[in-house]
Ligand binder design. Structure first.
Ligand code: ASP
Length: 323
């Protein structure tokens, strides 16, 4: 799906993960809750952009809202490692000058995306991991939470089911149990781009495993010259194919449009390689592209007209109508 902003209009797109999202497994209440969570995040970013704020602040605000929502696999509601712990990854990138910051393997900061932002703005580095990253966050005065804040029964049960399946030798086919991620990309009224991604990674992942989200050029990318991208899906494949950077490169070197490049990578390159998932992307003209190669991706778009458009399945986005 592509649509474009004009002049000094802004564009914000978000995702809340992709995978095998089946209508048959969804209740109307749960579906409504997902749409509501996406709308809250869109609105958080929209307020920043409508006020003339930066794409960087907008993607940070949108991702914070998604991290706070336990339905999504990031921050509160993150999935568990095989050792029963949560290890979160997050990244943010500013398309103006390719400033970038990321954290990996952390659990404690209430909003991992703020930890990534602090790395970008105050560490002199691009990526900090584990205990040392958390120590840095403490020194930065970021808000921390106990393990109970991040806990959700659903994620805990998903881990137990995945571990039981592993023990019995069965393959876990249910991708909704396996992963998820949240992300945002924006083009602000000044024509600048930014991207942010935050995740708990994959259920029952090995302790210490880091996915594509905090790897620049794989799951997160922003460069005013081309596009801003946030990915969700099988992280190992997205890293090996440098998914986000591949899209930007196709635009830069072959002159492909945002839509051509992102569809080419997600549908024709990642899918055959076993990289199930999708991406959200925006370019400097405000074109938005949201391709995915699985049955669904929680996603949404808002522009200067303020219409909050959200979707889950492979069908056009819908606008929430106030009753
Ligand atoms: N890409 C994430 C990871 O591999 C998971 C996901 O988006 O579903 O950590």
């Amino acid at each position: 799906m592509t649509s474009s902003a004009s002049g000094n209009d802004f564009a914000l797109a978000i995702h809340g993960g992709a995978g095998t999202i089946l209508r048959s497994k969804m209740t109307p209440e749960r579906e409504a809750a997902y749409h509501a969570g996406l709308r809250r995040a869109l609105d958080a970013g929209r307020i920043v952009l409508a006020d003339g704020g930066s794409a960087l602040n907008a993607v940070t605000a949108a991702v914070m809202a998604l991290e706070d929502e336990p339905l999504f696999n990031a921050g509160r509601g993150a999935v568990y490692t095989s050792a029963g712990k949560q290890e979160m990854d997050a990244a943010v990138m500013d398309g103006r000058d390719r400033s970038a910051g990321a954290v990996a393997g952390i659990c404690g900061p209430r909003n991992p995306i703020l930890a990534a932002r602090a790395v970008m703005e105050h560490s002199g580095h691009v990526l900090l991991i584990g205990e040392s990253a958390m120590e840095f966050c403490r020194r930065q005065g970021l808000a921390f939470e106990e393990a109970s804040y991040f806990f959700t029964e659903q994620r805990w049960q998903a881990l137990q089911e995945t571990l039981a399946m592993r023990q019995s030798g069965a393959d876990d086919q249910d991708e909704s149990r396996k992963h998820g991620t949240v992300g945002a990309v924006a083009r602000d009224r000044h024509g600048n781009l930014a991207a942010a991604t935050s995740t708990g990674g994959m259920t029952a992942k090995s302790p210490g495993r880091v996915g594509d989200s905090p790897v620049f050029g794989a799951g997160t990318w922003a460069d005013n010259e081309t596009c801003a991208i946030s990915a969700t899906g099988h992280g190992e494949i997205f890293i090996r194919y440098a998914a986000a950077h591949e899209i930007a490169s196709r635009m830069r070197y072959t002159g492909q449009t945002l839509d051509q490049a992102s569809h080419g990578v997600v549908i024709d390159m990642l899918a055959p390689a076993g990289g199930s998932g999708g991406i959200i992307a925006v370019d400097r003209a405000g074109n938005v592209s949201l391709p995915f190669n699985c049955s669904g991706m929680y996603r949404g778009v808002v522009r200067g007209d303020g219409r909050l458009l959200t979707g889950i399945y492979d069908e056009p986005l819908i606008e929430f109508q106030m009753a």
